[in-house]
Design a protein around this ligand. Structure first.
Ligand code: XMP
Ligand code: MG
Length: 184
């Protein structure tokens, strides 16, 4: 697949390039450097929310300098291009996080429902600290205020795909981020 292509079709929907891969990588590196400083010597555990955040998490941990661990949790609130309104834990935290420095890695904060729910689960385990990183945020969609420590990009309230994010399972392998073309 060509990373410079500026539009892509997934099933019946058309998307146009929003952020090319190089632009994303620059932000990921900056966030990785900031975390390397703030978490130096703390052996943080990066907790990636599947499925969408797996690409971001894999790049981010390689920009982290120092000891760290990685784990995954699978949550789901979306079906197609709209939030279903309910968060489900498809598989959960298999690890004791008490006294650990946790870095939550999310792909996108839309209504905030997913992170609001997940933060509640995490706090029950009494970690030493919780740092939340999201690649994307849609400020206009926010319904549940959630504290965010690092945000890659603020975007408009349009559905996006690529760099791990999918439409109906497709588009995760696109190196850039693409947004839905508004219907004329
Ligand atoms: P909430 O509303 O809980 O949504 O903040 C966060 C989760 O919903 C998914 N999501 C998207 N997935 N393109 C996607 O591929 C989008 O534009 C989008 N908006 C939200 C995502 O899984 C995220 O974890
Ligand atoms: Mg999704």
């Amino acid at each position: 697949m060509n990373s410079n292509i500026d539009s892509v079709q997934l099933r019946e929907l058309h998307f146009e390039l929003l952020y090319p891969a190089a632009r994303i990588q620059a932000r990921v590196e900056a966030i990785g450097q900031a975390l390397s400083q703030s978490h130096a010597g703390k052996n943080p555990i990066f907790l990636s929310i599947l499925s969408g955040a797996f690409v971001f998490a894999s790049d981010l941990i390689r920009c982290y300098q120092g000891d760290c661990e990685v784990s995954f949790v699978k949550l789901s609130s979306y079906s197609g291009t709209a939030s279903s309104g309910a968060v489900q834990t498809v598989f959960g935290l298999g690890q004791n996080l008490s006294e650990r420095h946790v870095v939550v890695v999310e792909d996108i904060v839309d209504t905030g429902r997913t992170l609001h729910y997940f933060r509640g689960l995490l706090e029950e385990q009494q970690p030493a600290s919780i740092t939340v990183v999201t690649l994307l945020r849609k400020p206009d969609a926010l319904e549940f205020p959630v504290p965010l420590d690092h945000i890659g990009f603020d975007i408009s309230n349009l559905f996006v795909v690529g760099y791990g994010l999918d439409y109906d399972g497709l588009g995760r392998n696109l190196p850039g981020i693409y947004q839905l073309k508004e219907q004329l």
